[in-house]
Design a protein around this ligand. Structure first.
Ligand SMILES: NC(=O)c1ccc[n+]([C@@H]2O[C@H](COP(=O)([O-])OP(=O)(O)OC[C@H]3O[C@@H](n4cnc5c(N)ncnc54)[C@H](OP(=O)(O)O)[C@@H]3O)[C@@H](O)[C@H]2O)c1
Length: 314
């Protein structure tokens, strides 16, 4: 039996569906029924239930977005840094292998090859990078699992949310038998305020940047597959291979959904951060070659987006 924490959440629901589809028996715990955020409660539960695996899809993300975490710093730190350590040590003590939903939002930018040299570029909106992003995809490389986070408390600026996610990775990496699955900007075909494809259609003005993205069901299935195939524990970037600009996503929305509206974009970062956002946003490209090397197969980000939009359900 598998234990699923945070099953009521946006990511947890995808794990619930994937577990059912893959035929795994699981117990979906809610804090209301079993307060799994307390070490003693969780440890006692694990010792008596003796699950074969635990999935931690619980955490504090802020509603409607990470700006809310700036005003709820204690909850953000508790939910994203302290709580994962509680889970890590309870699982270690009970001998239960587990997986934690981490985030790619601990990075900014990508590695860019210019004149044969590879360098870190934190801001992919710089105009001189546009031709490389649009035409020279081989010049853009994502961050790998071992790269030090560059959008964290140790490498500011960052959002408070990202800082807490990066600290959690530091604190739990190597404790017991754990996977750290890095999710990035979830989307799928189900209209939902948490779905990136819903968000881009509802923003009065859209912020253009470059990102790797995760199809929600692809993410949950890939995470489970890692465990099913006994892949080595550790950190994995779990995004659909490739990257895409927000403008390209909007072009797909216009081509496939044909909405009866025009889309406006923020003129630049200065305008977006002055009016549209309170805290810095992570925009980044992740490298998924470690995940693919295990034999887990994932569709490209373009394919997954095309599929989600063609099957769009409101
Ligand atoms: N959504 C994203 O864009 C995104 C991107 C990257 C990573 N992640 C990570 O994925 C995980 C789940 O995110 P989500 O978007 O599914 O969040 P969500 O929809 O808000 O759900 C989180 C769930 O966690 C549980 N929980 C436990 N402690 C909590 C706390 N202190 N505050 C709030 N909820 C708490 C709640 O379940 P019960 O109370 O029912 O037990 C809640 O339903 C988080 O670790 C998040 O950092 C999310």
């Amino acid at each position: 039996m598998i234990v699923l924490l945070g099953a009521t959440g946006y990511v947890g629901q995808a794990f619930g569906r994937a577990l059912r589809e893959r035929g795994h028996a699981f117990a979906a715990l809610t804090r209301k029924e079993v307060n799994y955020t307390r070490f003693d409660v969780l440890l006692n539960y694990l010792r008596s239930a003796r699950p074969s695996f635990l999935i931690n899809a619980a955490g504090y993300t802020g509603t409607p977005n990470v700006d809310a975490c700036e005003a709820a710093r204690a909850e953000t730190l508790e939910g994203n840094t302290l709580f994962p350590q509680t889970v890590a040590h309870a699982c270690l003590a009970a001998g239960v292998p587990w997986g934690h939903v981490s985030s790619g939002c601990i990075y900014s930018g990508a590695k860019v090859v210019v004149d044969g040299e590879i360098r870190i570029e934190k801001d992919l909106t710089r105009p001189e990078l546009k031709p490389l992003i649009l035409n020279g995809r081989s010049a853009i490389h994502g961050y790998r699992e071992g790269d030090t986070p560059n959008f964290s408390f140790r490498a500011p600026p960052c959002s408070f949310y990202s800082g807490t996610k990066a600290l959690a990775e530091e604190a739990i990496a190597g404790v017991g038998q754990s996977y750290l699955w890095r999710l990035r900007i979830p989307f799928d075909e189900f209209d939902n305020p948490r779905n990136y494809l819903t968000k881009v259609q509802r923003y009065p003005r859209v912020y253009d940047n470059v990102n790797s993205l995760s199809h929600r069901a692809d993410f949950a299935n890939a995470c489970l597959e890692l465990w099913e195939k006994d892949a080595p524990f550790g950190i994995y970037n779990v995004t659909n291979p490739g990257f895409i600009t927000t403008r390209q996503v909007i072009a797909m929305v216009q081509r496939i959904l044909k909405p009866n509206r025009e889309f406006e974009f923020w003129a630049n970062d200065e305008e977006f951060y002055k009016i549209g956002a309170k805290t810095p946003r992570s925009n980044c490209v992740l490298d998924v070659s470690k995940l693919l090397a295990t034999g887990v197969k994932l569709r490209s980000v373009e394919e997954a987006l095309e599929d989600a939009l063609r099957n769009w359900k409101t």
